[in-house]
Ligand binder design. Structure first.
Ligand code: CMP
Length: 136
């Protein structure tokens, strides 16, 4: 396989609350992403703020961090060919209203905040985000 990459996936509190972990994982497998690591955790607000610090200048930063810390999440390392961009395509637009058919956010997202899933936006950020949750 050429160009095997890893990326970080988060199933956010709204999707965990609706019991969507297994359904979303099965979609990853259908898309030939392998799940290399998996854990269910509940971040506190400080940890959420550290994870999302690239967004600290945004007006929605505080509510974004409160939301991520509002309930359990599932975090995974996904691996596969060009998985960073393929997973972003599978997630769809940030706002579920704009997401295309058959994308995760179209299928499961409720709002721009409760958009069910997160994925790293570049190979470089994937490394940082994987390291945040899965330090050796
Ligand atoms: P995510 O891919 O996890 O990255 C940052 C999150 O900020 C994004 O998904 C959205 O859920 C959330 N968010 C809230 N408001 C906005 C906004 N106005 N623009 C972009 N992202 C937003």
């Amino acid at each position: 396989m050429n160009n095997v990459e890893q990326t970080l996936s988060i199933i956010k509190p709204d999707a965990v609350e609706r019991d969507l972990i297994e359904e979303i994982k099965s979609i990853f497998l259908k898309n030939n992403f392998s799940v290399k690591e998996f854990k269910k955790i509940h971040l506190n607000k400080e940890e959420a703020a550290e994870f999302y610090k690239v967004h600290q200048s945004k007006p929605f930063y505080d509510s974004l961090c409160s939301y991520l810390a509002s309930g359990p999440i599932a975090v995974m390392i996904l691996e596969g060919e060009n998985v960073v961009s393929k997973y972003r395509e599978l997630m769809g637009s940030t706002n579920p209203k704009d997401a295309k058919e058959n994308t995760l956010r179209k299928m499961f997202g409720i709002s721009i905040d409760k958009n069910s899933v997160h994925g790293s936006d570049s190979i470089e950020n994937a490394k940082k985000e994987i390291n945040f949750f899965f330090k050796n």
